[in-house]
Design a protein around this ligand. Structure first.
Ligand code: C5P
Length: 211
């Protein structure tokens, strides 16, 4: 089935988890995979919304961009828009934890230790999959350092995804990566040293075969 006229929702980039109004915990996600997915979906005639944390990769101007900062904001904006989407792809590097009680005012510098309590953030793509409507396709990524396929397949199942893209740590911030696409039925496709644009095209090829 073609992507033409379909609505595609992509989460992208890192999230920021604030300690106080100024300082935050985050990660080095560039948002390049999300941007590549947005370009590929537009090229196939879909309308695209990207819910994105502060990322360096530019998004195509034809994509609707929803800028968020924290994981909780990403959850809210993603769930709100997921209902109307045929395909939801979680390419964001959501912070696994957030600061339990961020300070309202800038924390004063001092020479004593600062203790932070971190709480787990909600799993956004899993929440989308749990609420999925019939026919909706939910896709995730899995960055694994070892036993890539086993761990990715387990993740696909526990999150309730239709397709998971398993890649290694070299994918982070890089232009090329190797990845394995795994579909729910067990179908696999291995891609070696491809660009993120090529990977995005392969992901939509698999989705078009599914739908
Ligand atoms: O569990 P793990 O973080 O390895 O899963 C990665 C996949 O789950 C990615 O698709 C990522 O966007 C998504 N994810 C999410 N919300 C989280 C953590 C991960 O949507 N809190």
């Amino acid at each position: 089935v073609s992507l033409k006229g379909k609505r595609v929702l992509v989460t992208s980039g890192p999230t920021r988890e604030y300690l106080d109004p100024i300082r935050f915990l985050s990660n080095a996600s560039s948002g390049r995979m999300g941007a590549a997915l947005a370009r590929a979906a537009l090229k196939r005639g879909a309308s695209v919304t990207v819910v994105t944390g502060p990322a360096e990769a530019p998004l195509p101007s034809r994509a609707k961009t929803v800028a968020i900062r924290t994981g909780l904001e990403m959850l809210r904006e993603t769930l709100r828009r997921a209902r109307g989407a045929s395909i939801v792809i979680g390419a964001a590097a959501v912070s696994d934890w957030r600061v339990a009680s961020p300070a309202k005012k800038k924390i004063k510098r001092s020479s004593s230790d600062l203790r932070l309590t971190l709480k787990p953030n909600p799993d956004i793509i899993k929440s989308v999959a749990r609420r999925r409507r019939p026919g909706q396709i939910v896709v995730g990524f899995a960055l694994e350092t070892h036993d890539r396929l086993t761990h990715a397949a387990a993740k696909m199942k526990s999150k309730g995804l239709d397709l998971i893209v398993a890649n290694g740590p070299s994918a982070l911030g890089s232009d090329r990566s190797s990845a394995t696409l795994i579909l729910r039925g067990g179908w696999k496709r291995e891609l070696v040293s491809v660009s993120k644009d090529e990977l995005a095209a392969a992901i939509f090829d698999a989705i078009e075969d599914l739908a």
